[in-house]
Design a protein around this ligand. Structure first.
Ligand code: CP
Ligand code: NVA
Length: 309
C-alpha cells in the first residue's frame, strides 16, 4: 500500500515523479473549468474520505478539487461527528469502516501516533493532511511552485526559511534532503529544529544551515519561506513567543539582503511574521502557491492509488 505520511519516508524518485505528473496535468487542463475532470478521469468512481481534527481552508478545498478533477468524489468529516471522536469507537473499527466505504483517507490530526494507528488498520492509503510533526502535501507542492516560478531545479537554488521550527519546516528539511537543495534556516536560538531531525539530516550525509541572525539566513536567497510563529498545536505562552521572534519579521529591510528576484512563499494562514507590503508585494507568490496544492495533490492521490503515469 502506498501511503503519503512523511516526505522523509518517501523515495526521491517517487517525489520527483509526482512533481512531473503534476506539471503535465496542470498544462493539459489549460482551459477546463474548475470542476471539469481531466480527460482521462483516472480516479473515476473512487472516493476519498477526508477527516479534519483541526481547522483547514486550503487543504480541505484543494483536496476536494483534486479528487473531483481526477473523476472521483470526496466526503469530508469532522472527527467529533463520528463515534471515534465521541470516544465510543476504536481506531481499528473506524479504519475498517473507512476501508469498507472509501478508497483513500486523508487525515489532519493533532497526533502523529493516530496516523500510524490508522495506517496499521486501514486497507486503503492514508495521506497526512498536516500533523504536529509534518505537512508533506504542502511542502511537496511548494517545491513544485518554486520550480514553476524559477524555471530551474530546486537543487540549483538557495532556499531560506525564516520562522518557527514547526511541522512545515520539518517537511521542508526532509525535502531539502530528498531534492538536494541548500536550506538556510533563520530562527531564535531556543526555537531551532529538534536534534532528531538534525541527526536525520546528518545520517543522510546532507547539511542544513541554522542562523540566529535573520540577515545571515536570507543572504543571497532565491526563495524565502515563512509560516505563523504560533501554530495550531502550539501550547506555549503566545505573547512571549511572538516577542522572541520580533527580529525575524519579514519586511523590506530583511528582504533587501536576499537576491533581487527573490520570491516569498507562505503556506497560510498568516500572522504578524510578515509585513503586509511584502505579503501582497511583487516578490510574493502566495496565491499561486495555494492554487498549486490542487495540482500536486492530484498527483499525490495518483501515487497513492498506484496510477502515476
Ligand atoms: N496551508 C494550509 O494547509 O492551509 P489550511 O490550514 O487552511 O489547510
Ligand atoms: N504550522 C502551521 C501550518 C498551518 C497550515 C500549523 O500547524 O498551524
Amino acid at each position: 500500500m502506498r501511503h503519503f505520511i512523511n516526505l522523509k519516508d518517501l523515495k526521491s524518485r517517487d517525489l520527483r515523479k509526482i512533481i512531473l505528473d503534476a506539471k503535465k496535468r496542470k498544462i493539459a487542463r489549460n482551459k477546463l473549468n474548475t470542476l471539469e475532470p481531466d480527460k482521462d478521469k483516472p480516479l473515476k468512481g473512487k472516493m476519498l474520505i477526508q477527516m479534519f481534527e483541526k481547522a483547514s481552508s486550503r487543504t480541505r478545498i484543494s483536496f476536494y478539487l483534486a479528487i473531483k478533477q481526477l473523476g472521483g468524489g470526496t466526503l469530508t468529516l469532522r472527527s467529533n461527528e463520528l463515534h471515534l471522536g465521541q470516544g465510543g469507537e476504536s481506531i481499528a473499527d473506524t479504519a475498517k469502516i473507512l476501508s469498507t466505504y472509501g478508497d483513500g483517507f486523508m487525515l489532519r490530526t493533532d497526533s502523529d501516533k493516530k496516523i500510524e494507528d490508522f495506517k496499521k488498520y486501514l486497507n486503503i492509503p492514508i495521506i497526512n493532511g498536516l500533523s504536529p510533526s509534518s505537512h508533506p502535501t504542502q511542502v511537496l507542492s511548494d517545491v513544485f511552485t518554486v520550480e514553476e516560478i524559477k524555471k530551474k531545479a530546486i537543487s540549483k537554488l538557495n532556499i531560506c526559511w525564516i520562522g518557527d521550527s514547526n511541522n512545515v519546516l520539518n517537511s521542508l528539511i526532509a525535502a531539502s534532503v530528498k531534492f538536494s537543495f541548500k536550506l538556510r534556516i533563520g530562527c531564535p536560538k531556543n526555537f531551532q529544529p529538534s536534534m532528531d531531525i538534525r541527526n536525520w539530516v546528518k545520517k543522510n550525509k546532507k547539511k542544513m544551515f541554522i542562523y540566529n541572525d535573520p540577515k545571515k539566513a536570507v543572504s543571497d536567497a532565491d526563495v524565502i519561506f515563512s509560516d505563523k510563529v504560533i501554530s495550531m498545536n502550539d501550547k506555549v505562552n503566545k505573547n512571549k513567543k511572538i516577542k522572541q521572534f520580533k527580529d525575524f519579521k519579514i519586511n523590506k529591510k530583511l528582504l533587501s539582503y536576499a537576491k533581487n528576484d527573490c520570491i516569498f512563499l507562505h503556506c497560510l494562514p498568516r500572522g504578524d511574521e510578515v509585513d503586509e507590503d511584502i505579503f501582497l508585494g511583487k516578490n510574493s507568490h502566495v496565491w499561486q502557491q495555494a492554487l498549486n496544492r490542487v495540482h500536486v495533490q492530484k498527483s499525490i492521490l495518483l501515487y497513492c492509488f498506484d496510477k502515476l503515469r
